[in-house]
Design a protein around this ligand. Sequence first.
Ligand code: HEC
Length: 405
Amino acid sequence: MRPFAAMAGAVLLAGVAWANSNGAQILFSGAPGEANCSACHGQANAGPGSLQIRFDGVVNWAPGQPVRVRVTVSDPNATRWGFQLTARAASNPDQMAGSFRIIDNTNQLRTSGDKQWVTHTLTGTRAGTTGSASWEVEWTPPASAGFGDVIFYASGLAANGNGQNDLGDRTYTATFTASSGTPVTGTTRVLPQLAFGSSSDLGNWATAVYLHNTTSAPVQATVRFFGVDGAPLTVPGLNASSATVNLGPRSTGVVEAPNAGPLTQGWVQVESPDGVIGYAIFRQALQGVNPQEGVVPFSSSSSSGATIVFDETDYVTAVAVLNPGSSAVTATVVGRDAAGAEIGRFTLPLNPRQRTAFVVRDRPEMTNMRGKRGVLEFSVPSGAVSVLGLRFNGLAFTSILPAER
Ligand code: HEC
Protein backbone atom coordinates (compact mmCIF):
# COMPACT_ATOMS: atom_id res chain seq x y z
CA MET A 1 0.00 0.00 0.00
CA ARG A 2 2.68 2.44 1.07
CA PRO A 3 4.88 2.18 -2.07
CA PHE A 4 1.81 2.67 -4.23
CA ALA A 5 0.69 5.74 -2.28
CA ALA A 6 4.18 7.22 -2.56
CA MET A 7 4.23 6.59 -6.30
CA ALA A 8 0.78 8.11 -6.80
CA GLY A 9 1.99 11.11 -4.86
CA ALA A 10 5.05 11.42 -7.09
CA VAL A 11 2.95 11.11 -10.27
CA LEU A 12 0.49 13.68 -8.99
CA LEU A 13 3.30 16.08 -8.09
CA ALA A 14 4.91 15.64 -11.49
CA GLY A 15 1.58 16.40 -13.17
CA VAL A 16 0.98 19.49 -11.10
CA ALA A 17 4.57 20.65 -11.45
CA TRP A 18 4.25 20.50 -15.23
CA ALA A 19 1.36 22.93 -14.92
CA ASN A 20 3.47 25.93 -14.04
CA SER A 21 6.23 25.87 -11.50
CA ASN A 22 8.10 23.93 -14.19
CA GLY A 23 7.48 26.64 -16.80
CA ALA A 24 4.40 28.51 -17.96
CA GLN A 25 2.32 27.31 -20.88
CA ILE A 26 2.71 29.39 -24.04
CA LEU A 27 0.64 32.52 -24.77
CA PHE A 28 1.16 34.16 -21.34
CA SER A 29 4.02 36.53 -22.24
CA GLY A 30 1.87 39.67 -22.30
CA ALA A 31 2.52 40.19 -26.04
CA PRO A 32 -0.45 41.65 -27.96
CA GLY A 33 -3.12 38.96 -28.22
CA GLU A 34 -1.62 36.99 -25.30
CA ALA A 35 -2.54 36.99 -21.63
CA ASN A 36 -0.03 37.30 -18.79
CA CYS A 37 0.58 35.38 -15.55
CA SER A 38 -2.22 37.30 -13.81
CA ALA A 39 -4.68 35.07 -15.70
CA CYS A 40 -4.06 32.56 -12.87
CA HIS A 41 -1.90 34.44 -10.35
CA GLY A 42 -2.13 37.86 -8.63
CA GLN A 43 -2.96 41.12 -10.37
CA ALA A 44 -0.48 42.57 -12.88
CA ASN A 45 1.78 45.52 -11.96
CA ALA A 46 -0.02 46.20 -8.69
CA GLY A 47 2.79 45.22 -6.30
CA PRO A 48 5.93 47.05 -5.14
CA GLY A 49 8.20 45.26 -7.63
CA SER A 50 9.03 45.41 -11.32
CA LEU A 51 10.17 43.46 -14.35
CA GLN A 52 13.11 44.49 -16.51
CA ILE A 53 14.28 43.22 -19.90
CA ARG A 54 17.65 44.25 -21.32
CA PHE A 55 20.61 43.23 -23.47
CA ASP A 56 23.85 42.38 -21.73
CA GLY A 57 26.62 44.84 -22.56
CA VAL A 58 25.27 46.23 -25.83
CA VAL A 59 22.73 48.86 -26.73
CA ASN A 60 21.53 47.80 -30.16
CA TRP A 61 21.31 44.51 -32.01
CA ALA A 62 23.34 43.75 -35.12
CA PRO A 63 22.01 41.44 -37.86
CA GLY A 64 22.73 37.79 -37.06
CA GLN A 65 25.02 38.60 -34.07
CA PRO A 66 23.83 36.77 -30.95
CA VAL A 67 23.30 38.85 -27.80
CA ARG A 68 22.23 37.85 -24.32
CA VAL A 69 18.85 38.98 -23.12
CA ARG A 70 18.34 39.26 -19.38
CA VAL A 71 14.97 39.26 -17.64
CA THR A 72 14.89 40.38 -14.01
CA VAL A 73 11.87 40.28 -11.70
CA SER A 74 12.18 42.18 -8.41
CA ASP A 75 9.79 42.27 -5.49
CA PRO A 76 10.66 42.72 -1.81
CA ASN A 77 8.05 40.19 -0.67
CA ALA A 78 8.56 37.27 -3.04
CA THR A 79 10.45 34.01 -2.48
CA ARG A 80 9.85 32.16 -5.76
CA TRP A 81 10.04 33.37 -9.33
CA GLY A 82 9.03 32.74 -12.94
CA PHE A 83 8.71 34.43 -16.32
CA GLN A 84 7.84 34.09 -19.97
CA LEU A 85 9.57 36.05 -22.74
CA THR A 86 9.07 36.41 -26.47
CA ALA A 87 10.39 38.72 -29.24
CA ARG A 88 8.23 40.19 -32.01
CA ALA A 89 8.53 42.60 -34.91
CA ALA A 90 7.49 46.08 -33.80
CA SER A 91 5.67 46.41 -37.12
CA ASN A 92 3.72 43.17 -36.53
CA PRO A 93 3.41 41.72 -33.02
CA ASP A 94 2.30 38.41 -34.51
CA GLN A 95 5.67 37.95 -36.23
CA MET A 96 8.49 36.29 -34.31
CA ALA A 97 11.74 38.30 -34.31
CA GLY A 98 14.99 36.36 -34.39
CA SER A 99 15.39 33.18 -32.36
CA PHE A 100 16.26 32.14 -28.82
CA ARG A 101 18.82 29.59 -27.65
CA ILE A 102 18.89 28.26 -24.08
CA ILE A 103 22.26 28.64 -22.34
CA ASP A 104 21.59 27.29 -18.83
CA ASN A 105 19.17 25.13 -16.87
CA THR A 106 17.16 28.00 -15.37
CA ASN A 107 15.01 28.43 -18.45
CA GLN A 108 13.62 26.50 -21.40
CA LEU A 109 12.17 27.02 -24.84
CA ARG A 110 8.57 26.49 -25.93
CA THR A 111 7.66 26.58 -29.62
CA SER A 112 4.47 26.81 -31.63
CA GLY A 113 4.61 27.29 -35.40
CA ASP A 114 7.40 29.79 -36.02
CA LYS A 115 6.99 31.46 -32.62
CA GLN A 116 9.16 30.91 -29.55
CA TRP A 117 8.70 31.62 -25.87
CA VAL A 118 11.28 31.25 -23.12
CA THR A 119 10.08 30.35 -19.63
CA HIS A 120 11.59 29.29 -16.28
CA THR A 121 12.38 25.69 -15.34
CA LEU A 122 11.63 24.22 -11.92
CA THR A 123 15.26 25.03 -10.94
CA GLY A 124 14.79 28.52 -12.38
CA THR A 125 11.99 29.34 -9.90
CA ARG A 126 14.83 29.76 -7.36
CA ALA A 127 12.65 28.71 -4.43
CA GLY A 128 13.81 30.56 -1.30
CA THR A 129 15.54 33.43 -3.15
CA THR A 130 14.37 36.84 -1.98
CA GLY A 131 14.56 40.30 -3.57
CA SER A 132 14.89 39.45 -7.25
CA ALA A 133 15.67 36.75 -9.78
CA SER A 134 17.21 36.97 -13.27
CA TRP A 135 17.34 34.67 -16.26
CA GLU A 136 19.58 34.93 -19.31
CA VAL A 137 18.99 33.54 -22.76
CA GLU A 138 20.83 33.99 -26.03
CA TRP A 139 18.95 35.72 -28.81
CA THR A 140 20.02 35.78 -32.45
CA PRO A 141 18.57 38.86 -34.15
CA PRO A 142 16.99 38.87 -37.60
CA ALA A 143 19.39 38.52 -40.54
CA SER A 144 18.73 42.02 -41.86
CA ALA A 145 18.58 45.45 -40.23
CA GLY A 146 15.63 46.09 -42.57
CA PHE A 147 13.53 43.96 -40.18
CA GLY A 148 13.16 47.13 -38.09
CA ASP A 149 12.68 47.47 -34.35
CA VAL A 150 12.10 44.41 -32.19
CA ILE A 151 9.88 44.44 -29.13
CA PHE A 152 10.56 41.94 -26.34
CA TYR A 153 7.52 41.17 -24.23
CA ALA A 154 7.77 39.50 -20.84
CA SER A 155 5.45 38.61 -18.04
CA GLY A 156 7.03 37.61 -14.74
CA LEU A 157 5.86 36.23 -11.46
CA ALA A 158 7.07 37.17 -8.00
CA ALA A 159 5.51 34.30 -6.06
CA ASN A 160 5.08 33.65 -2.36
CA GLY A 161 6.43 30.11 -2.78
CA ASN A 162 3.43 28.26 -1.36
CA GLY A 163 3.20 26.11 -4.51
CA GLN A 164 -0.19 27.56 -5.48
CA ASN A 165 -1.50 30.02 -8.00
CA ASP A 166 -3.01 32.47 -5.54
CA LEU A 167 -3.40 36.21 -4.97
CA GLY A 168 -0.27 36.22 -2.81
CA ASP A 169 1.72 36.03 -6.07
CA ARG A 170 2.44 39.23 -7.99
CA THR A 171 2.57 39.50 -11.77
CA TYR A 172 4.73 42.10 -13.53
CA THR A 173 4.91 42.85 -17.23
CA ALA A 174 7.29 44.92 -19.32
CA THR A 175 8.46 45.48 -22.87
CA PHE A 176 11.86 46.37 -24.25
CA THR A 177 12.26 47.88 -27.70
CA ALA A 178 15.57 47.17 -29.42
CA SER A 179 16.75 48.82 -32.61
CA SER A 180 19.31 47.54 -35.01
CA GLY A 181 22.50 49.48 -35.38
CA THR A 182 26.17 49.04 -35.76
CA PRO A 183 27.07 46.95 -32.74
CA VAL A 184 27.78 49.64 -30.17
CA THR A 185 29.48 48.31 -27.13
CA GLY A 186 28.40 50.51 -24.30
CA THR A 187 31.12 52.56 -22.65
CA THR A 188 30.53 52.25 -18.93
CA ARG A 189 31.08 55.26 -16.73
CA VAL A 190 30.18 55.88 -13.11
CA LEU A 191 29.01 58.65 -10.82
CA PRO A 192 30.37 57.85 -7.35
CA GLN A 193 27.80 59.98 -5.51
CA LEU A 194 24.02 59.55 -5.36
CA ALA A 195 21.68 60.81 -2.64
CA PHE A 196 17.92 61.12 -2.54
CA GLY A 197 15.18 61.17 0.10
CA SER A 198 15.04 62.90 3.45
CA SER A 199 16.44 62.56 6.92
CA SER A 200 15.56 64.68 9.96
CA ASP A 201 19.10 66.01 10.49
CA LEU A 202 20.53 65.93 6.93
CA GLY A 203 17.52 67.44 5.15
CA ASN A 204 16.03 66.65 1.74
CA TRP A 205 18.14 65.24 -1.09
CA ALA A 206 17.67 64.67 -4.80
CA THR A 207 20.01 63.78 -7.67
CA ALA A 208 19.57 64.44 -11.39
CA VAL A 209 21.67 62.78 -14.11
CA TYR A 210 21.95 64.89 -17.30
CA LEU A 211 22.85 63.24 -20.60
CA HIS A 212 23.52 64.69 -24.02
CA ASN A 213 24.09 62.95 -27.35
CA THR A 214 26.78 64.91 -29.23
CA THR A 215 26.43 62.73 -32.35
CA SER A 216 24.09 62.95 -35.31
CA ALA A 217 22.76 59.39 -34.84
CA PRO A 218 20.11 58.32 -32.33
CA VAL A 219 21.55 56.42 -29.35
CA GLN A 220 20.39 54.78 -26.16
CA ALA A 221 21.89 55.23 -22.74
CA THR A 222 21.15 53.07 -19.72
CA VAL A 223 21.36 54.61 -16.26
CA ARG A 224 21.61 52.12 -13.38
CA PHE A 225 21.35 52.91 -9.70
CA PHE A 226 23.22 50.98 -7.02
CA GLY A 227 23.17 51.14 -3.23
CA VAL A 228 26.30 51.63 -1.13
CA ASP A 229 26.57 47.83 -0.85
CA GLY A 230 26.52 47.43 -4.65
CA ALA A 231 23.02 45.95 -4.91
CA PRO A 232 20.65 47.43 -7.54
CA LEU A 233 18.69 50.26 -5.96
CA THR A 234 15.05 50.89 -6.79
CA VAL A 235 14.53 54.61 -7.23
CA PRO A 236 11.16 56.11 -6.28
CA GLY A 237 9.47 57.73 -9.25
CA LEU A 238 11.29 55.43 -11.66
CA ASN A 239 10.00 52.49 -9.65
CA ALA A 240 12.99 50.60 -11.05
CA SER A 241 16.73 50.38 -10.51
CA SER A 242 17.54 51.48 -14.05
CA ALA A 243 16.23 53.66 -16.84
CA THR A 244 16.80 53.58 -20.58
CA VAL A 245 17.09 56.99 -22.18
CA ASN A 246 16.56 57.37 -25.92
CA LEU A 247 18.60 60.29 -27.18
CA GLY A 248 17.96 61.59 -30.67
CA PRO A 249 20.69 63.44 -32.61
CA ARG A 250 22.09 66.26 -30.42
CA SER A 251 19.33 65.80 -27.88
CA THR A 252 19.48 66.04 -24.11
CA GLY A 253 17.77 64.00 -21.43
CA VAL A 254 17.61 63.74 -17.67
CA VAL A 255 17.00 60.91 -15.20
CA GLU A 256 16.03 61.97 -11.71
CA ALA A 257 16.21 60.34 -8.31
CA PRO A 258 13.72 62.59 -6.51
CA ASN A 259 13.43 63.51 -2.86
CA ALA A 260 11.16 60.65 -1.80
CA GLY A 261 11.38 58.14 1.01
CA PRO A 262 14.17 58.01 3.59
CA LEU A 263 17.64 59.38 2.74
CA THR A 264 19.31 56.81 0.52
CA GLN A 265 22.86 56.91 -0.83
CA GLY A 266 24.66 54.99 -3.50
CA TRP A 267 26.12 55.50 -6.95
CA VAL A 268 25.14 55.46 -10.60
CA GLN A 269 26.43 53.62 -13.66
CA VAL A 270 25.84 55.02 -17.14
CA GLU A 271 26.21 52.79 -20.18
CA SER A 272 26.17 54.59 -23.49
CA PRO A 273 27.92 54.72 -26.84
CA ASP A 274 30.82 57.13 -27.19
CA GLY A 275 29.65 60.65 -27.85
CA VAL A 276 27.25 60.80 -24.91
CA ILE A 277 28.33 63.38 -22.35
CA GLY A 278 26.84 64.42 -19.05
CA TYR A 279 27.13 64.84 -15.30
CA ALA A 280 24.97 64.60 -12.21
CA ILE A 281 23.88 67.25 -9.74
CA PHE A 282 23.02 66.38 -6.18
CA ARG A 283 21.04 68.83 -4.11
CA GLN A 284 20.52 69.20 -0.39
CA ALA A 285 17.72 71.34 0.99
CA LEU A 286 17.76 72.08 4.72
CA GLN A 287 15.01 74.00 6.49
CA GLY A 288 15.80 77.73 6.47
CA VAL A 289 19.01 77.44 4.39
CA ASN A 290 19.51 78.00 0.66
CA PRO A 291 19.70 74.63 -1.09
CA GLN A 292 23.24 73.42 -1.79
CA GLU A 293 24.28 71.62 -4.97
CA GLY A 294 27.33 69.67 -6.06
CA VAL A 295 28.42 68.40 -9.46
CA VAL A 296 29.37 64.77 -9.98
CA PRO A 297 31.36 64.30 -13.20
CA PHE A 298 31.32 60.99 -15.07
CA SER A 299 34.25 58.90 -13.89
CA SER A 300 35.93 56.14 -15.81
CA SER A 301 34.90 52.69 -14.61
CA SER A 302 38.41 51.39 -15.27
CA SER A 303 40.87 53.93 -13.91
CA SER A 304 43.37 52.60 -11.40
CA GLY A 305 43.67 55.80 -9.42
CA ALA A 306 42.71 59.41 -8.84
CA THR A 307 44.12 62.49 -7.15
CA ILE A 308 42.13 65.09 -5.26
CA VAL A 309 43.45 68.48 -4.19
CA PHE A 310 42.27 69.43 -0.70
CA ASP A 311 42.25 72.59 1.38
CA GLU A 312 41.79 71.97 5.07
CA THR A 313 42.79 75.48 6.17
CA ASP A 314 39.16 76.55 6.64
CA TYR A 315 37.29 73.64 5.09
CA VAL A 316 36.52 70.00 5.72
CA THR A 317 37.21 67.37 3.07
CA ALA A 318 35.06 64.28 2.58
CA VAL A 319 35.36 61.66 -0.13
CA ALA A 320 33.09 59.13 -1.81
CA VAL A 321 35.13 56.13 -2.97
CA LEU A 322 33.71 53.46 -5.27
CA ASN A 323 34.89 50.09 -6.51
CA PRO A 324 33.04 49.95 -9.85
CA GLY A 325 34.40 46.49 -10.67
CA SER A 326 33.19 42.98 -10.02
CA SER A 327 36.16 41.88 -7.89
CA ALA A 328 37.11 43.12 -4.44
CA VAL A 329 39.93 45.71 -4.34
CA THR A 330 42.05 47.33 -1.66
CA ALA A 331 42.62 51.00 -2.37
CA THR A 332 45.66 52.74 -0.93
CA VAL A 333 45.16 56.38 0.05
CA VAL A 334 48.20 58.62 0.51
CA GLY A 335 47.97 62.17 1.82
CA ARG A 336 50.60 64.77 0.88
CA ASP A 337 51.08 68.28 2.14
CA ALA A 338 51.61 71.36 -0.07
CA ALA A 339 55.33 70.52 -0.40
CA GLY A 340 54.63 66.95 -1.54
CA ALA A 341 55.70 65.26 1.70
CA GLU A 342 53.64 62.29 2.86
CA ILE A 343 51.42 63.18 5.82
CA GLY A 344 49.35 60.03 6.16
CA ARG A 345 48.41 56.77 4.49
CA PHE A 346 45.77 54.08 4.90
CA THR A 347 44.16 51.24 2.97
CA LEU A 348 40.51 50.89 2.13
CA PRO A 349 39.13 47.42 1.30
CA LEU A 350 36.12 47.61 -1.03
CA ASN A 351 33.83 44.77 -2.04
CA PRO A 352 32.64 44.55 -5.66
CA ARG A 353 30.49 47.62 -6.46
CA GLN A 354 30.77 48.92 -2.91
CA ARG A 355 30.82 52.67 -2.28
CA THR A 356 31.98 54.24 0.94
CA ALA A 357 32.07 57.90 2.03
CA PHE A 358 33.76 59.57 5.00
CA VAL A 359 35.35 62.75 6.33
CA VAL A 360 39.03 62.16 5.62
CA ARG A 361 40.52 63.95 8.67
CA ASP A 362 38.41 61.68 10.93
CA ARG A 363 40.61 58.74 9.92
CA PRO A 364 43.25 58.31 12.66
CA GLU A 365 46.01 58.09 10.00
CA MET A 366 44.97 61.43 8.52
CA THR A 367 44.71 63.79 11.49
CA ASN A 368 47.86 65.55 10.17
CA MET A 369 45.97 67.02 7.23
CA ARG A 370 44.10 69.47 9.46
CA GLY A 371 45.07 73.05 8.70
CA LYS A 372 46.98 72.08 5.54
CA ARG A 373 46.58 72.07 1.80
CA GLY A 374 47.71 69.17 -0.35
CA VAL A 375 46.48 66.11 -2.19
CA LEU A 376 44.93 62.73 -1.56
CA GLU A 377 46.18 60.02 -3.93
CA PHE A 378 43.96 56.96 -4.38
CA SER A 379 45.25 53.87 -6.16
CA VAL A 380 44.51 50.19 -6.62
CA PRO A 381 47.11 47.62 -7.78
CA SER A 382 44.52 45.96 -10.05
CA GLY A 383 40.85 46.61 -10.77
CA ALA A 384 39.50 50.15 -10.60
CA VAL A 385 38.59 52.89 -8.19
CA SER A 386 36.45 56.03 -8.66
CA VAL A 387 36.54 58.99 -6.32
CA LEU A 388 34.65 62.22 -5.73
CA GLY A 389 35.73 64.80 -3.16
CA LEU A 390 33.41 67.07 -1.20
CA ARG A 391 34.47 70.27 0.48
CA PHE A 392 32.40 71.60 3.35
CA ASN A 393 32.35 75.14 4.64
CA GLY A 394 29.87 75.00 7.46
CA LEU A 395 26.54 74.22 5.86
CA ALA A 396 27.79 75.02 2.36
CA PHE A 397 29.55 72.46 0.20
CA THR A 398 30.96 71.92 -3.24
CA SER A 399 32.36 68.90 -5.04
CA ILE A 400 36.08 68.47 -5.71
CA LEU A 401 36.71 66.88 -9.08
CA PRO A 402 39.29 64.11 -9.25
CA ALA A 403 42.13 63.89 -11.73
CA GLU A 404 41.99 60.28 -12.85
CA ARG A 405 44.79 57.98 -13.83
C1 HEC B 1 -3.52 28.59 -16.55
C2 HEC B 1 -3.20 29.02 -15.21
C3 HEC B 1 -1.80 29.52 -14.97
C4 HEC B 1 -1.13 30.51 -15.65
C5 HEC B 1 -1.59 31.33 -16.83
C6 HEC B 1 0.13 30.67 -14.98
N1 HEC B 1 0.23 29.82 -13.94
FE1 HEC B 1 1.77 29.62 -12.66
N2 HEC B 1 0.79 28.28 -11.59
C7 HEC B 1 -0.43 27.73 -11.93
C8 HEC B 1 -0.75 26.68 -10.99
C9 HEC B 1 -1.99 25.80 -11.03
C10 HEC B 1 0.30 26.61 -10.05
C11 HEC B 1 0.47 25.70 -8.85
C12 HEC B 1 1.01 24.35 -9.29
C13 HEC B 1 2.47 24.42 -9.66
O1 HEC B 1 3.30 24.82 -8.85
O2 HEC B 1 2.76 24.15 -10.84
C14 HEC B 1 1.25 27.64 -10.46
C15 HEC B 1 2.43 27.89 -9.80
C16 HEC B 1 3.41 28.73 -10.27
C17 HEC B 1 4.65 29.00 -9.58
C18 HEC B 1 5.00 28.55 -8.18
C19 HEC B 1 4.25 29.51 -7.23
C20 HEC B 1 4.55 29.41 -5.77
O3 HEC B 1 4.09 30.30 -5.02
O4 HEC B 1 5.24 28.46 -5.35
C21 HEC B 1 5.38 29.82 -10.38
C22 HEC B 1 6.76 30.39 -10.10
C23 HEC B 1 4.58 30.08 -11.55
N3 HEC B 1 3.39 29.40 -11.46
C24 HEC B 1 4.97 30.91 -12.58
C25 HEC B 1 4.11 31.35 -13.58
C26 HEC B 1 4.46 32.36 -14.55
C27 HEC B 1 5.80 33.05 -14.63
C28 HEC B 1 3.36 32.57 -15.32
C29 HEC B 1 3.22 33.53 -16.47
C30 HEC B 1 4.28 33.55 -17.47
C31 HEC B 1 2.34 31.66 -14.84
N4 HEC B 1 2.83 30.94 -13.79
C32 HEC B 1 1.09 31.57 -15.40
C33 HEC B 1 -1.24 28.12 -12.97
C34 HEC B 1 -0.93 29.09 -13.89
